[in-house]
Write a protein that binds this ligand. Structure first.
Ligand code: NDP
Length: 280
């Protein structure tokens, strides 16, 4: 049977480490504060925002919640971000995505001070990652690196295949694996021979957004399989982009859904907030 990579346990360990770090900062008179902005009341976003506030409370990070109505204009949102950029006591600013259609998400992300960009979505943060300079890293891929490292899975020299090239998962994932000295291939919807490409992987990261698309035909015997996808199936149960039951018997390690990559995203957001407080 493969090693089941326990994201729930690893994220709990990271949160406990961060709690100690926040206590140490607090003893030096440094408070950590995250501002969370939600526009509208999309139920999924409300759950994510609620989970982020809970994680802040557990670790000892102050959180400021801005729950704005759906009709909020671009100018009003930009004004709030500017105020939060200027507020010294705020270390991190998070705008819950997706935003209502009348708001230009790219402009909003660009308005956040890169020093407070704890989601790691600002072009300056992405550019810094690209050229190996310090900056905040997108939380889901950063969490995957932690999952691999804390499960004693070597990345250096390995064939790594990332399926998916989104700005928040696939591309930063590829850059991080490269930073860890993996040999990286990025596959996407136009990739020819996806099965053969995926089968080259020692480490296969799947972020396609298609429930159970990846079966054992895509997986080399003994590969490590990281499943980023989250979906609800017909019976309202969570599943990933990987067909877990089919793939688990052929791989050496795999992340389950739920309990794999998902819990790491919030843990890494908390990590970025603490870092933002520490470097202030
Ligand atoms: P996107 O929809 O933005 O990107 C999907 C990527 O997959 C695209 O690059 C697309 O290619 C590629 N793709 C789609 N279909 C195929 C195909 N048939 N063959 C090969 N490649 C394909 O998704 P995200 O990156 O935002 O998210 C991916 C998944 O991860 C989703 O299920 C999402 O819910 C989940 N997720 C989970 C998180 C967590 O915390 N666990 C956080 C973020 C996302 P192309 O570019 O050519 O269109």
């Amino acid at each position: 049977m493969p090693q089941i990579i326990d994201g729930k346990a690893i994220s709990a360990t990271i949160k406990d480490e961060l709690k100690i770090k926040v206590e140490e900062l607090s003893a030096k008179g440094i408070k950590v504060c995250l501002a969370v902005i939600q526009v509208g009341n999309d139920p999924a976003s409300s759950v994510y925002v609620g989970n982020k506030k809970k994680a802040c409370a557990y670790i000892g990070i102050d959180s400021l919640a801005y729950e704005l109505p759906e009709e909020t204009t671009q100018e009003e949102l930009l004004k709030l971000i500017k105020e939060l950029n200027d507020k010294e006591e705020v270390n991190g600013i998070l705008v819950q995505l997706p935003l209502p259609k009348h708001i230009d998400e790219d402009e909003i992300i660009r308005a956040i001070d890169p020093k407070k960009d704890v989601d790691g979505f600002h072009p300056q943060s992405v550019g810094a990652l690209c050229i190996g300079q310090p900056g905040f890293v997108s939380c889901t891929p950063a969490g995957i690196i932690q999952l691999l490292k804390r499960s004693d899975i070597e990345i250096a020299g390995k064939e790594c295949v990332v399926i998916g090239r989104s700005n928040i998962v696939g591309k930063p994932m590829a850059l991080l694996l490269l930073r860890e000295n993996g040999t990286v291939t990025v596959a996407h919807s136009k990739t020819k021979n996806l099965k053969e490409t995926a089968k080259r992987a020692d480490i296969l990261v799947v972020a396609v957004g298609k429930p159970k698309m990846i079966t054992r035909e895509y997986v080399k015997e003994g590969a490590v399989v990281i499943d980023v996808g989250i979906h609800r199936n017909e019976s309202n149960k969570l599943c990933g982009d990987v067909d877990y039951d089919d793939v688990a018997p052929v791989c050496s390690a795999i992340t389950p859904v739920p309990g794999g990559v998902g819990p790491m995203t919030i843990a890494m957001l908390m990590h970025n907030c603490v870092e933002a407080g520490d470097i202030r």
